[in-house]
Design a protein around this ligand. Structure first.
Ligand SMILES: [Zn+2]
Length: 90
């Protein structure tokens, strides 16, 4: 039985973090999963309209499922910052 851990991810019967839509596995629970995602980084400046017009050094990171291209998660960061990893343990 899959256990839902976010709007897009589950922990499946094998203890793997997986895409809720296509089942693509990102790795075992208890380990960071974002390294297994397709990642897109773009300047945050202008991406959210006028309120984000002065953040020239801030990046918007988008993490996509390699299996179905669904957007799984987003975060903001400075260039070179490590990922903000959520460690999932059931
Ligand atoms: Zn997927």
């Amino acid at each position: 039985m899959n256990v839902r851990i976010s709007a897009s991810l589950v922990v499946n019967d094998m203890g793997q973090i997986a895409c809720m839509d296509c089942g693509h596995e990102f790795g075992p629970q208890g380990k960071p999963w974002k390294e297994a995602a397709q990642i897109d980084e773009a300047p945050l400046k202008g991406s959210g309209g006028h309120p984000y017009s002065n953040a020239s050094n801030i990046l918007l990171r988008r993490f996509y499922c390699p299996g179905c291209a669904k957007l799984i998660d987003t975060e903001t960061a400075l260039h070179g910052d490590p990922f903000l990893n959520d460690i999932v343990k059931l």
